[in-house]
Design a protein around this ligand. Structure first.
Ligand code: AMP
Length: 197
């Protein structure tokens, strides 16, 4: 199973990605996690992207495309993957198409979690409070001002990705405002329906 999960910050992509990973025995590929890992490791890529991430802006397409290409080729991804946070621009979506085509692979579906923007800030603020209560480190970009920038970037740069996949017929729209278990069940149903079509 090869999936893309789309949705703005706070839409619940992380939670649903975890569930899909367990259900289909596939690997999660989150460009955000990879980039944060690079920053934490102090690598050359990390140094390049640190400030961009802190501002809530997008890092250059070629950089994330390269990260994803390496992961798609890894043996662990043999059974499939779920892309979380990638592609985030139409350029990245086109690059992903090329990458997959060169390898004779295809996406099974692109799941978009639709959420009410007004609810996003509240959700993220709750996530920050929960992380703090558990003594976990809070992400540098989980800050109300940066979050607004991330949502704005999503609207400007990532929303067109949804149109791109609508045109290819891969897009599955799911109401992300429902409880997590309902969202999970609706994703499963939609994937089963596509598999039978
Ligand atoms: P995320 O964990 O997916 O919310 O990503 C955190 C940050 O990493 C984003 O705000 C961007 O700065 C950067 N990032 C992650 N994925 C991408 C991507 N596909 N393209 C460009 N920047 C990305």
């Amino acid at each position: 199973m090869r999936l893309v999960l789309l949705g703005p910050p706070g839409a619940g992509k992380g939670t649903q990605a975890e569930r899909l990973v367990a259900h289909y025995n596939i690997v999660p590929l989150s460009t955000g996690d990879m980039l944060r890992g690079a920053v934490a490791a102090g690598s050359a890529v990390g140094c390049k992207v640190k400030d961009i991430i802190s501002r809530g802006d997008l890092v250059p397409d070629d950089l994330v495309v390269e990260l994803i290409a390496v992961q798609i080729d890894a043996p662990e991804a043999g059974n499939g993957f779920i892309l979380d946070g990638f592609p985030r621009t139409v350029g990245q979506a086109e690059a992903l198409d090329r990458l997959l085509k060169e390898r004779g692979l295809k996406l099974d579906a692109v799941i978009e979690l639709k959420v009410d923007e007004a609810a996003l800030l509240a959700r993220i603020e709750r996530r920050i409070a929960e992380h703090k209560a558990k003594g976990h480190e809070v992400r540098s970009d989980d800050d109300p001002a940066v979050l607004k920038q991330r949502i704005e970037n999503y609207r400007r740069q990532t929303a067109p990705v949804s149109d791109y996949y609508r045109k290819t017929g891969a897009l599955v729209l799911i109401d992300g405002m429902k409880p997590m278990d309902t969202v999970e069940a609706e994703i499963e149903q939609a994937l089963q329906k596509r598999a039978m079509a």
